[in-house]
Design a protein around this ligand. Sequence first.
Ligand code: G1P
Length: 257
Amino acid sequence: MVDRPLIQHIVEEVLSSGITEIILVTRSGKSAIENHFNRLDEVESLLKEKGKNELLERLNSSIYDELNIVSIRQDRALGLGHAIYCAQHLISPDENFAVILPDVLIKNRTECQSISTDLAKMVEASNVTQSAQIMVHEVAPTEVEQYGIVDCKGVALSPGESTPIYNLVEKPTQDKAPSCLSVVGRYILPGRIMATLGKTTAGVGGEIQLTDAISSLIASGYPVDAYSMTSRVFDCGNIKGWANANYILAKEAGLID
Ligand code: G1P
């Protein structure tokens, strides 16, 4: 993504929200992601020796000092809910944790290079209200089939605000969608959702869906809020979103006209 891998943009966003412990859920063939977060002492020394300070700075090694990162494997592609459940032994039922979908890039509205503060605001909101937070933004009616869609009983949300969610539907058809507010890929969830995920059976697409576990959480009376994002979102899981993000980031960094 212009000057660094997408995963680094994501880790920088997470660190800026005050979260320093990261669990990567990967699978075979993805070791490049784990390797990226290993400090390259020999490269750093070489750059220092040669006086290549600009390149040295771009390695951005300062992020590694605060980062505590581990990775675990999802051995079968059984869905997002299953991927999260793979980390259940690392999350206490009494603590909140964030779920970050790293194909979704989030950047401030002005100056695309600067880091979004939305995740930090969600952490703060969940600490104050003791409710789960799910980042949402409005999509076109033709796009609802690609996302989780929330039902907030028609409440009009301004950017930066949260409101209760009454239900969530994964990838509904246009006629079944309760709104056009889509789940962006940033969640603050209670550790107890792991027990729910363990009981969640395959849903849309034959996959174990996080959306279904969150719906069960809501049905059990746990408060879950929709947080309306203030930043820009680029869905880099599709080629159009990825190309668009590269173009806008490069343009705002002054790299292209
Ligand atoms: C996942 C979630 C969906 C969410 C989306 C955001 O879907 O299941 O609820 O809206 O991420 O990108 P996926 O993109 O993995 O199909």
